[in-house]
Design a binder for this molecule. Structure first.
Ligand SMILES: O=c1[nH]cnc2c1ncn2[C@@H]1O[C@H](COP(=O)(O)OP(=O)(O)O)[C@@H](O)[C@H]1O
Ligand SMILES: [Ca+2]
Length: 456
């Protein structure tokens, strides 16, 4: 059979070559354009998505040289917690005359806490320096000298003898003063417990939008640290204001509004300090002659060591204990007796819980370890009963889990939370750490703007 020449194919080939060439050229040009854009973005350090705002049209002029449009500025807050030190580098944007918007946060944490260096303060320097380097990498050079640098210490330093704490703070201040950032005379301090609770309340209400949108319902916050624990909410009932003891109510001025908050920080009731109290030990003091701390909250027959605030304690479970949960709950209630104030109103307020509330819930699978989630307060008791029950017969993977869960469950009940009360557990909202650090930074900026223009 004779082959018929395929003119159609020939014509197709004639068209396909230039078309292919054109497509290749188009892809090449598009690639170069995209690559250039992302390289510029990486060079300038502008992330795609920012909290509360996109960064597209912001001016990045260094302070003092800003033209029109939003002004960028930074703040560095060190959180010297009892179990670790963390740096938060915040980037803000502000339209002239408006309240600032958080556009980005960089966060890094180190262990142990500053108080671990109480007897050798020079050893605290490398960690602080490492965190300062994070801030230097994150903030453009031109902004360094206008960026305030602040460290606030919480329970770890509050629990140290005064002179030891001051020595540590002086050392950190030396390191800060040698940095290129803006440091004031009070750049390093121990924060009081109420400020800690109020600042965390500002953070969570800012991130959930209720501070910027009046009328949007606000939320309460629960923070369980290693050394202290805080509860803060905005009471709606007159009865709460009338029945709260002195020292539990505080006034906050923020974004042109005044809030009367219920806020309290319980020093010594953070999870690690509570563990020590439940075990029968004393803060900063090794047991005499290395004696063992015997506890009804540990698995019978368990023997081990536990390090807390630079002291190693020998710990063991009681022999032939019986119902571990009941025995442990009795011991925990002795520790908490008359220590916490109960408020009825907490059952009517939405609460966010952070820190060890989150870690513990994630540890026993009550929430997703990455995403967080919600639970009811009674879930802690259910988990405690299950974990303690299992520990009666077999050594648990984590020896303190029965104690910790029993403690958290009793603490929440003591504060007035019923078993069916839903709590939201979160580590980050909109990619920002739910810690007091943002609130404290915001409060600082807000107070500066009030000083500049009292009528704002
Ligand atoms: O910024 C943060 N992001 C996430 N978790 C934090 C942050 N700050 C503290 N935590 C958590 O807090 C707990 C330890 O509390 P911390 O060391 O701050 O004690 P303190 O508040 O009693 O001084 C840990 O569960 C730790 O993961
Ligand atoms: Ca803390």
């Amino acid at each position: 059979m004779r082959k018929i020449p395929n003119n159609g194919n020939l014509r197709m080939t004639k068209v396909a070559y230039p078309l292919g060439l054109f497509v290749c050229l188009f892809i090449y040009v598009a690639y170069i354009k995209w690559h250039w854009a992302s390289a510029t973005q990486a060079f300038l350090g502008i992330p795609e998505v920012a909290t509360g705002a996109r960064r597209g049209q912001q001016s990045r002029s260094p302070p003092g040289t800003a033209a029109r449009g939003p002004e960028l500025f930074y703040g560095i807050m060190f959180d010297a917690g009892s179990t670790g030190t963390r740096v938060h580098v915040f980037q803000f944007s502000r339209q002239p005359g408006e309240t600032p918007t958080l556009t980005h946060e960089t966060f890094k944490a180190l262990k142990p806490g500053l108080s671990a260096y109480a007897d050798d303060v020079d050893k605290s320097t490398p960690g602080i320096q490492e965190l300062l380097d994070i801030a230097k990498q994150d903030i453009p050079f031109d902004f360094w000298k206008a960026t305030p640098l602040v460290l606030k210490a919480t329970a770890g330093l509050r629990l140290l003898p005064g002179e030891k704490a001051q020595k540590l703070l002086r050392k950190v201040k030396e390191v800060f003063e040698a940095s290129p950032f803006l440091v004031g005379d009070d750049c390093v301090s121990i924060m009081n417990g109420t400020d800690e609770g109020v600042s965390a309340w500002i953070t969570v209400n800012f991130l959930t939008g209720s501070l910027k949108t009046p009328g949007r319902s606000n939320v309460g916050m629960l923070d369980l640290g290693g050394g202290s624990t805080q509860i803060t909410f905005l009471p709606r009932f007159e009865g709460t204001l009338q029945t709260s003891p002195p020292g539990f109510l505080t006034s906050l001025q923020m974004f042109n509004r005044t809030y009367r908050l219920y806020s309290y920080s319980y020093l010594g009731l953070g999870l690690m300090s509570a563990r020590l109290a439940v075990l029968g030990g004393e803060e900063g003091k090794p047991a005499e002659d290395g004696a063992e701390l015997v506890s009804p909250c540990l698995s019978p027959g368990f023997r081990g060591e536990w390090e807390h605030a630079e002291v190693t304690y020998r710990v063991s479970g009681q022999e032939a204990a019986g119902n571990l949960y009941q025995l442990c709950a009795r011991r925990v209630s002795e520790i908490l007796r008359n220590k916490v104030h109960r408020t009825e109103e907490v059952k009517d307020v939405d609460f966010y819980a952070f820190s060890y509330y989150y870690d513990l819930a994630a540890n026993v699978g009550l929430i997703d370890a990455e995403k967080g989630g919600s639970l009811v307060v009674g879930d802690f008791e259910t988990a405690a009963k299950y974990v303690c029950r299992t520990a009666e017969t077999q050594p648990p993977r984590s020896p303190f889990l029965c104690l910790d869960l029993t403690y958290v469950s009793s603490l929440l009940q003591g504060l007035g939370f019923p078993g069916d009360k839903v709590l939201k557990l979160t580590r980050r909202i909109d990619n920002v750490e739910t810690s007091w650090a943002l609130g404290a930074t915001f409060h600082y900026i807000d107070s500066l703007s009030r000083q500049k223009s009292p009528t704002l």
